[in-house]
Write a protein that binds this ligand. Structure first.
Ligand code: SAM
Length: 265
């Protein structure tokens, strides 16, 4: 496992910008976390005004993450590339995966420096995880990153995770081609774990809360979300409302996100 921490992890103090809402911190507030600032809380309140179920939606998304990671680990996958990690919260990917396979390794990637700041503490307790600050829109940076390459063996199946992420990439930046770029770097047996906000009157209104944020929010139709699985064999029960994806009794009802798993054959 990586013995040399890359310079970006060790040397740079995280620069936390409190003048604009940040998606990671809005999400943290909606989950009941404390790693957020007034500007994020104000934006989150606008999200709740537009989508009254917003807190249940984000809770349901975390439960979806738990179920899909458990599923992938149960399929024998022991490597996870979790892009758009979020601020560490209850049930992070490595804990869920390592419950199934203690040898599971997780490379975390997020573009928000606050996520990196928190990951430093995590690294001291778990040497099978690693966090890189990078942008999903730069697949080459992530796929060629020395720490990612050292932790994950791309000749073996990897679970590629875009859970609650790609609605922060707008149509002009073509999230469909992006998913394909990552797909083409992976081996057969790899899995795509993805959830995405659906285009509804409520989520369009919620998107207004992100107009002043570091990233806009692009809700999409079920057809547009399903198209992200192009080239992947979709696992039952398909691309469905996240609470309907293999419920195990722990799920919260949510109507504003779709999700599912694809398998590379
Ligand atoms: N995946 C976690 C989950 O489902 O609970 C967190 C989802 S949170 C809604 C979205 C995360 O994506 C935030 O931490 C945000 O910083 C990150 N993010 C947004 N745009 C990004 C980008 N262009 N590149 C990398 N990460 C990004």
């Amino acid at each position: 496992f990586p013995s040399d921490r890359p310079a970006d992890l060790e040397s740079q103090p995280a620069r936390i910008d409190t003048t604009k809402p940040h998606p990671a911190r809005i999400y943290d507030f909606l989950l009941g976390g404390k790693d957020n600032f007034q500007v994020d809380r104000d934006a989150a309140e606008k999200v709740v005004a537009a989508v009254p179920s917003a807190r249940a939606e984000v809770a349901a998304n975390r439960e979806f993450l738990r179920r899909v990671v458990t599923y992938a680990a149960g399929q024998g996958i022991f490597q996870f590339l979790d892009i758009g990690t979020g601020i560490p919260t209850v049930g992070p990917t490595h804990e869920v995966a390592q419950r199934v396979n203690p040898l599971a390794r997780v490379a975390y990637v997020d573009n928000d420096p606050i996520v990196l700041a928190h990951s430093r503490a995590l690294l001291t307790t778990n040497d099978r995880t690693f966090t890189v600050q990078a942008d999903v829109r730069e697949p080459d940076t992530i796929l060629r990153h020395p720490a990612v390459r050292e932790l994950l063996d791309f000749e073996q199946p990897i679970a590629l995770m875009f859970v609650g992420l790609l609605y922060f990439v707008d149509d002009g930046e073509d999230p469909w081609s992006l998913v394909a770029r990552y797909r083409d770097a992976l081996s057969p047996g790899s899995h795509l774990l993805l959830s995405h906000v659906i285009d509804t009157v409520e989520t369009r209104n919620a998107a207004k809360a992100y107009e002043t944020a570091t990233s806009g929010l692009s809700p999409r139709s079920p057809g547009q979300i399903t198209a992200m699985f192009d080239g992947w064999q979709i696992v039952e029960p398909g691309i469905v409302p996240i609470h309907d994806w293999r419920p195990d009794g722990g799920e919260t009802f949510a109507g504003q996100l779709l999700g599912g798993i694809g398998r590379l054959v």
